[in-house]
Ligand binder design. Structure first.
Ligand code: CTP
Length: 412
């Protein structure tokens, strides 16, 4: 097998003509954001700043106005016309970058508190968002803040971690705003979501299927559904018409179909098959279901009840049947997933051959910090014609984007 070295940096968009909304909060690092604004303007971006009143204690309105060549937005009641400012700014921007972000503002956004113009815009924002925090080291370590950051990350917000060093409060430790170059690169990366999948229908399955034993018990697996959700979010950001078929409920700006068992998942996928351009089977489908699930709760009998035998029957192999249904047509491109606990390469290659799908994305769940329930993943993509590409450990949202980028680029 040939190993393809694939670098997503080569595919980045430029910021030229993009509308970038900087959300500035009240921290000493605010002065550094002036350099970011200048760099973005130099690169041809349109920049507007929305800031908290406290931010203006660190940088003047005149500085920001001069750098952006635009009004600076602070007060939600400074409405110029009938459009509420928080909605028109959210509509205008291609991306929102909150930097420096205080613990206060991060936590408000995580819990959808919209008590000033910046937090109101952030709560109404559905496009890519980057947050670059800067604060005292102990504030950064605060568990409640870290939980809020985890929640925002899980919803697709990109965080650029603060760096270690001397802090303005006199402490030394993690808390300094990251470099301006890092924020600039992250903006390019996030903008790269742009419309690569426009007019394409992408169907994604996610989560572990649930096979009933009786009305209170079931057989399932440890799949959290996070990878499937990350793929759906990424595909949606790339302009795709997304259908997420999921065993877990999620609130999403795209179509979701809630299913439970393998059979119901198969029915839902078949409903979407006809006009699909891509089908991504990220779900962990139970291979077997209980032959005759009991309609009533199974009770212990008190006699000979030391063991209980459940008879299981094989579930359909959804992926394999999709491949058969597609036959020799070029559409839809079918992508399978596999989580292996040993012999990843060997098992993945065998599985790809056996299933016959176009690509198989494999991960090694024996590795710590990746796979089920983790926010990170590290995968290898195998293609039908014998190539493989490794994607290094990264947040699932980044891996999702890389997988989609890779597959989309293969089709052109
Ligand atoms: N899959 C499916 N239907 C099944 C089982 C699996 O569509 N009944 C899909 C999964 O969604 C995934 C791929 O097949 O995209 C591989 O799943 P995996 O569980 O690794 O494969 P299995 O065929 O179940 O193989 P194993 O014997 O390793 O469990």
């Amino acid at each position: 097998m040939n190993l393809i070295s694939w670098n997503w940096h080569d595919l980045l968009m430029t910021v030229e003509n993009k509308n970038i909304l900087i959300g500035m909060t009240g921290g000493i690092a605010a002065y550094k954001i002036c350099t970011l604004i200048r760099d973005l303007k130099k690169a041809g971006a349109n920049v507007k700043v929305v800031c908290t009143p406290n931010a203006l204690n660190f940088v003047t309105r005149l500085t920001l106005q001069s750098l952006t060549q635009s009004n600076v937005f602070v007060n939600e009641f400074d409405v110029k016309d009938w459009h509420p400012e928080h909605i028109s700014l959210a509509d205008w921007a291609d991306i929102m970058v909150i930097a420096p972000a205080t613990a206060n503002t991060i936590s408000k956004i995580a819990t959808s508190v919209a008590d000033n113009l910046l937090t109101s815009v952030a709560c109404a924002f559905t496009k890519p968002m980057i947050i670059a925090p800067a604060m005292n080291v102990n504030m950064w370590r605060n568990e409640a803040l870290q939980e809020n950051i985890c929640n925002l990350k899980a919803r697709g917000v990109d965080f650029i971690e603060p760096e270690e060093g001397f802090l303005a409060c006199g402490y030394s430790g993690k808390g300094r705003l990251c470099s301006i170059d890092k924020i600039f690169n992250a903006i390019e990366f996030m903008l790269d979501y742009s419309q690569k999948l426009k007019d394409k229908k992408v169907v994604i399955t996610s989560g572990g299927t649930i096979e009933d034993i009786d009305p209170v018990r079931y057989i399932s697996n440890y799949s959290s559904g996070k990878m499937g959700v990350a793929l759906a979010k990424s595909a949606s950001r790339m302009g795709a018409d997304v259908t997420l078929i999921t065993t877990k409920y999620i609130e999403a700006p795209f179509k979701t179909v809630k299913v439970k068992s393998a059979i119901s998942m198969q029915n839902a996928v078949n409903e979407e098959f006809e006009d699909a351009d891509y089908i991504i089977m990220a779900a962990a489908v139970a291979d077997y279901r209980v032959k005759n699930p009991s309609e009533q709760k199974i009770k212990k009998t008190g006699k000979d009840d030391e063991t209980l035998t459940l008879e299981l029957v094989k579930n359909p192999d959804i992926l394999k049947e999709l491949v058969q249904k597609k036959g020799t047509n070029s559409k839809p491109v079918i992508i399978g997933f596999c989580a292996e606990s040993e012999n990843l390469l060997e098992n993945a290659q065998k599985k790809l051959k056996n299933k016959g799908c176009d690509y198989l994305v494999a991960n090694d769940i024996s590795k710590k910090d990746i796979g089920f329930y983790a926010d990170y993943n590290e995968v290898t993509i195998f293609s039908k014609d014998g190539r493989k590409t490794q994607l290094e450990k990264a947040p699932k949202i980044v891996i999702a984007k890389q997988i989609l980028d890779w597959i989309v680029n293969e089709q052109v």
